[in-house]
Write a protein that binds this ligand. Structure first.
Ligand code: BTN
Length: 270
């Protein structure tokens, strides 16, 4: 079972807001794809480098970080209970580090502007509400033929909109309707996507450093004792200007920038 694709008239205001945020940015809403990230990466490799926001009502092979699968709530329960999309853009920042953190900050600020919902960011790219996972971000890039500076970036985001059971999940879930009872996938997308495109544009010119204080205001790991998947343990001291996680271990202050390392507060399973 899947929810109907929204009508063109319902999508029109969002189309206009997106085109204002990023000239030429097109909205494509599909009933089903294997993975919105995979689809845009395939297109980029085939030479299609248009700015596009691809939404899938249903993904049959959603992908998460570290080679994990991403299973949307709609596949489990309510057909409108999740939002899965990828934003594909040609981009040429001087430094890519911290992009996923800037994306998380933008999404968190759009969905929880005053912080009342307690939406926090768990380095490097999880959206958390009270140590429960609201969503995740998966960023991939592809080279563009005949371009030396720009790459095509695919920013994939999966968010729980409606309630979902937490069984078989590594981190128990949170969902947007916990503080926004009427939330829909389209409503949430309209609330966050134009601002996200603007955030990525600013990142391209200014990098992560100006976003660092905004990340700090929502940093779920700040001051927490954590263990890392590579065996290290320590206490988090925030993120640096390049988006690296600072962890005070027995060996001193360590800076973790590898997205291959996962971090969990002590007491949560890795
Ligand atoms: C994670 O938490 O591991 C990241 C999850 C990212 C999931 C989104 S859903 C839309 C896009 N398409 C995918 O296949 N993955 C991302």
């Amino acid at each position: 079972m899947s929810a109907p694709v929204p009508e063109d008239t319902q999508l029109q205001p969002l189309r206009e807001a997106l085109a204002q945020a990023w000239p030429g940015l097109r909205l494509e809403w599909r009933k089903e794809v294997d993975s919105t990230n995979l689809e845009l990466m395939r297109r980029a490799r085939a030479g299609e480098a248009e700015p596009v926001l691809l939404v899938a009502q249903r993904q049959t092979a959603g992908r998460g970080r570290l080679g994990r699968a991403w299973q949307s709530a709609q596949q489990v329960q309510d057909p409108a209970a999740s939002l899965t999309f990828s934003l594909g853009l040609p981009l040429a920042p001087q430094d890519w580090s911290g992009l996923s953190l800037a994306v998380g900050v933008s999404v968190a600020e759009s969905l929880d502007a005053d912080g009342a919902a307690g939406l926090r960011l768990k380095w490097p790219n999880d959206l958390w509400v009270q140590q429960r996972k609201l969503g995740g971000i998966l960023i991939e890039t592809a080279a563009l033929a005949a371009e030396r500076v720009r790459r095509y970036v695919v920013i994939g985001i999966g968010l729980n909109i409606g309630e979902r059971p937490g069984t078989d999940m590594r981190t128990p879930p949170a969902w947007v309707r916990q503080w926004w009872p009427q939330a829909t996938p389209l409503g949430a997308l309209a609330a966050l996507a134009p601002a996200l495109a603007g955030e990525v544009r600013r990142f391209e010119h200014a990098g992560f450093a100006p976003v660092q204080p905004r990340f700090a205001a929502r940093d779920a790991l700040m001051g927490q004792d954590v263990h890392l998947s590579d065996g290290r343990e320590g206490r988090c001291e925030g993120v640096g200007p390049g988006g690296e996680l600072r962890v005070r271990t027995a060996q001193g202050l360590e800076e973790i920038s590898s997205a291959e390392v996962s971090v969990r507060p002590r007491g949560m399973a890795l």
